[in-house]
Design a binder for this molecule. Structure first.
Ligand code: FMN
Length: 196
């Protein structure tokens, strides 16, 4: 991989890799997301990449979850997408901001009813006494909304990683992998090759 193989705009380059991954990976948009507490203790989990444009990368979650609380304390995140079938990974780092309510509403509307009810029912990241407790919470939410629409909860929505750094990595023989890093430079991006 050379600089000329990647679009100078990392968003376009990532979009193109995601399209290729869609033909190779069963879950091409699974992204491992790292957050930290105020004191810098990290935690990671997988979320789905649900939006990508010049503003950044969007995922949706419960804003009171562990990740939501950590991002409220420290709005910096790092994420990685890995497609082993293609021998590729992409890293991204940046600050995190909430998306406009209308954007969350639009995504919410695409979610199956059962997922919307589950989002209401589940106090994500909180301890539960047992599985039955979760099922009771679901049944209660199901009854609550049985006669109408399931609205977007105020505690649920989209978060956007506003990127400052991308890194595109490809596997090469003899561990001589290719790494191209993009760093934000004013309104554009500057690129450099890193040692593998
Ligand atoms: C493939 C995959 C996709 C997932 N997508 C999401 C997602 O888009 N949003 C989300 O909140 N959790 C998603 N999860 C669940 C999270 O990994 C995690 O369990 C949950 O968000 C709670 O994380 P937290 O306690 O660190 O906040 C996904 C899990 C997997 C394995």
């Amino acid at each position: 991989m050379d600089l000329s193989d990647l679009d100078p705009d990392p968003v376009i380059a990532l979009r193109s890799w995601l399209e290729e991954a869609a033909g190779a990976s069963p879950q091409p948009d699974a992204m491992t997301l790292a957050t930290t507490t105020r004191n810098g203790r990290p935690s990671v989990r997988v979320v789905l990449l649900r939006g990508l444009d010049e503003r950044g990368i969007v995922f949706f979650t419960n804003l009171r979850s562990r990740k939501g609380r950590e991002l409220a304390e420290n709005p910096h995140a790092a994420a990685v997408l890995h497609w082993w079938q293609l021998g590729r990974q992409v890293r991204v780092e940046g600050t995190v901001e909430g998306v406009a309510r209308e954007e969350s509403e639009a995504y919410w509307a695409t979610r199956p009813r059962a997922s919307r009810i589950a989002a209401w029912a589940s106090p994500q990241s909180e301890p539960l006494t047992d599985r039955a407790a979760l099922e009771r919470l679901y049944a209660r939410a199901d009854t609550r909304f049985e006669n109408g629409e399931v609205p977007l909860p105020e505690f649920w929505g989209g978060l956007r990683i506003v990127p400052e750094l991308f890194e595109f990595w490809t596997h090469r023989d003899d561990r001589l992998h290719d790494r191209i890093r993009y760093l934000r430079d004013g309104t554009g991006w500057r690129r450099e090759r890193l040692a593998p």
